[in-house]
Design a protein around this ligand. Structure first.
Ligand SMILES: [Zn+2]
Length: 311
């Protein structure tokens, strides 16, 4: 594997000429294999509440081990203390996300049931097989998230109040960074799928979509060489999402779809080029600076929207 310097633009979508056999296998099959494994487990027991935690643990264990053995960028491997810190943040994120989802379900189920009936939105195709239903939830939730995420990057107040800059602040991306968010932002992140679920009375198919989202958000942050030419037409790959994490403003304002890329293709924000550096600026803010990002932008930040750039 090529040793990559800090200033080298790295294309994770290209297989290095000297790639090992494990790197080649991961490149061609990992992303679809994880989808199939998780969806197969879900279809066998669609309401098993343990599946969410098991999927999170299983996917991050597999990706973490592969990132250690065959990383795309060696200098992005976390030293042990840093890995433990990011895992700790991801565990907090996981719990805050669960609490946010619980609150929304408690307070939104009755009003959205009423709204569905009054607007005649009882249209959900419950007679479809489970996987097509889950994919419908997945793509429609991502359409909502696309516009929310785009608003975070385009409008100063949304960028600030969402704390989204904290997610972009890390200078090394690994799968576990999928869970490295400001706690405030979890109240936005879980909202699209809950709105689709409750507004259309989806039911168990929303659970399958949530499991697929866990897989996708982990894979798109991974530090691995992955094929983007096939799956990357509809689904986000790490090549597309690492570009969104670029420390270059123009590159960062592309690829807003965290799980599917098709909405970026439809709305003209898709971008494809290797990335030199990720983060919000030349240095990584401290943990305290990341937590304070809803109030104060760290010095030297370059990807936050400004009043002039907002549109
Ligand atoms: Zn973003």
């Amino acid at each position: 594997m090529t040793e990559l310097g800090e200033s080298t633009a790295v294309s994770v979508r290209d297989l290095p000429a000297d790639a090992s056999i494990p790197t080649r296998v991961v490149f061609w099959v990992l992303q679809p294999a994880l989808w199939l494994a998780v969806l197969a487990a879900w279809v066998m027991d669609p309401e098993n509440p343990a599946l969410f935690g098991l999927t999170f643990l299983g996917v991050h264990s597999v990706l973490g081990a592969l990132e250690y053995r065959i990383p795309a960028r060696r200098h992005w491997r976390h030293p042990m203390a840093e890995k433990i810190a990011v895992i700790g943040i991801a565990i907090v994120t996981f719990m805050v996300g669960g609490a946010a989802a619980g609150l929304y379900e408690t307070y939104l189920t009755a009003p959205l049931d009423t709204l569905r009936m009054s607007l005649g939105l009882d249209l959900w195709p419950h007679h479809w097989p489970l996987i097509p239903q889950a994919l419908l939830v997945f793509f429609s939730s991502e359409l909502i998230w696309y516009w929310m995420h785009r608003a975070e990057h385009r409008w100063v107040p949304v960028w600030r109040l969402s704390g989204h800059g904290a997610h972009h602040a890390f200078k090394k991306l690994n799968a576990i960074n999928a869970g490295a968010n400001h706690p405030i932002e979890l109240f936005l992140i879980v909202l699209p799928s809950i709105l689709v679920d409750l507004l259309f009375g989806v039911g168990v198919a929303a659970y399958g979509a949530a499991l697929l989202t866990v897989v996708q958000t982990a894979v798109v942050h991974s530090n691995l060489h992955l094929n983007a030419s096939g799956v990357g037409w509809l689904f986000t790959t790490n090549a597309w999402h690492i570009r969104h994490h670029s420390a270059d403003l123009a590159e960062s304002n592309t690829n807003y779809g965290c799980a599917v890329i098709v909405w970026d293709r439809v709305f003209g924000t898709f971008g494809d080029s290797p990335v030199i550096e990720v983060g919000v600026g030349p240095r990584e803010p401290t943990t305290l600076e990341k937590l304070l990002m809803p109030i104060r932008e760290p010095a030297g930040g370059v990807i936050a929207p400004t009043r002039r750039s907002s549109r």
